[in-house]
Design a protein around this ligand. Sequence first.
Ligand SMILES: Cc1cc2nc3c(=O)[nH]c(=O)nc-3n(C[C@H](O)[C@H](O)[C@H](O)COP(=O)(O)OP(=O)(O)OC[C@H]3O[C@@H](n4cnc5c(N)ncnc54)[C@H](O)[C@@H]3O)c2cc1C
Length: 552
Amino acid sequence: MFTSHIGPEQRDEALKSLATDTFDVLVIGGGVTGVGAALDAASRGLKVALVDASDLASGTSSRSSKLIHGGLRYLEQYDFKLVREALHERELMVSSLAPHLVKPLAFLYPLHEKVRERTYVGAGLALYDALRGFQRALPGHKHISQKKIAEIAPSLRPDIVTGAIKYFDAQVDDARHTMMIARTAVRHGAVIATNVRVESLVKEGKRVLGVKARDTETGKLITIKATATVMCAGIWSDELHESFGLKAGYNVTMSKGVHIVLPKSAIKSKEGIILKTAVSVLFLIPWADKWIVGTTDTPYTGDRRNPLAEREDVEYIINEANKVLKPKLKIEDVIGVYAGLRPLVANKKDSSTTKLSREHTVDRSAPGFVSIAGGKYTTYRVMGKDVIDLAGVELRRIVADSVTEKLPIVGADGYVALTQQAERISEESGLSAASVIHLLNRYGSLISELLEIIKNDPKLAKPLTKDLPYLKAEIYYAASHEGARSVDDVISRRTRLAFEAPNSAMDLATDVATIIAPVLGWTPKQKKDSVSAYIDIAEREIEAIEQALASA
Ligand SMILES: Cc1cc2nc3c(=O)[nH]c(=O)nc-3n(C[C@H](O)[C@H](O)[C@H](O)COP(=O)(O)OP(=O)(O)OC[C@H]3O[C@@H](n4cnc5c(N)ncnc54)[C@H](O)[C@@H]3O)c2cc1C
């Protein structure tokens, strides 16, 4: 309690607690929905555990467009309630819950015609602004002339773009944010262990009393006892319901979404760009010194753990972007590609167990067992609240109301004041001002923990690699404080080297392993195995990318 560290010692303690304690709530799944539910429950004063079969955010929650947004396209579907809810969450995150992690981001909506379209889109964006309510952390929309567009976004074709409307949404490093919510839950007493896969339920009659789960690092089977088991397994929901012999009131189908990563020089624009396509929208999103462009939306039935991009996905993205860009994007510009799977919920009409909502669905398929699926990253907090409200009924006692609307994520406290002191921190620590800002925007006030590590071992103040801002101390910290258990966890999720560094960061795998090996107490063989496991993942992805690019 009161520490938010999730290092190797905490994992050992968590495993002991999982095997011996009885929890009010056990959460299956450490994506954003699961960690949101764990935080919601822990901060209501409940005794909470969470396990994930792999790493935190290793499923969909590390592969999104990384936008915290109301969803402009839902406006066109007149789904005002949904947009209002998501915008409320966006304002909360930017202003108080996670200002160190969730940043405002401006988008241009290019126009192709001078009057009618400007009036229509302008009215839509005025409504989008109005739906924020009174708490306004982000500026409102603004009309931009064709002349001004040439200054802000020279890459937008002047022959077809007649002007634009600029509006704001927000951006987050999804995997980092999910991990920080998990750490906040730990801070409030939750017991969290990754690499613990739930295999079956423990039942008495029809009532679910917990689960049997496997520690995949040792192979040991653990029985975890809980009054309410809460499944937040996203795209794994159907598979798990079936293996547990439970019938839920919904099915989860998968839709694949691909993004490509480009160098900053590929698109000349000071702001992000949103393009309307025949089926949805395409985002051109600034990401440090790169662009992330996507996404696609295609039905998927393959391997859930490792979705890969295909030729058609990359072709579609480049063709759609090239409708408005000059110079056109070239296949050789692409430096990275990633794919994710949306959990789309289809509710069964005849189900009485399902509480319907347009975005997410909460379900109780057995006494002691509830689940939630669907929704979007932006509304994770509401999803956590809704599923814990339902799980609370299982506890047969008065459960406090959710408090997460007023509960900042660790690192948020004092962040804004610290940004004003960046120069002083730079002088005192010997780090460059740019490094201090980089650290503040990833750790907020937890920067003090990194500075302590650097003080104890000044070699860790050095960058891991040139051209990217990560310090060696961050790699160390990923294992000592942030729950990373492998080279893959560090390269793919604690940092985003997997799509930011050349060659999927394969060349950095050994350096990363050398830094984390002593923290995790690895033998030389364990170190070698973790490097090889990452190289296997990276090679598979590089092969898929090469195939996708070769013929695109
Ligand atoms: C391409 C794409 C772009 C998107 N862009 C956005 C966006 O910009 N903004 C937005 O708001 N939303 C966006 N979304 C939606 C958002 O990413 C998802 O709704 C959200 O991440 C789902 O989180 P989750 O926790 O429900 O699922 P997941 O993150 O998939 O988590 C499920 C977890 O369950 C674990 N698990 C599975 N089986 C077991 C088991 N047996 N035992 C223990 N654990 C288990 C998995 O390891 C996994 O970590 C996007 C989605 C996609 C695919």
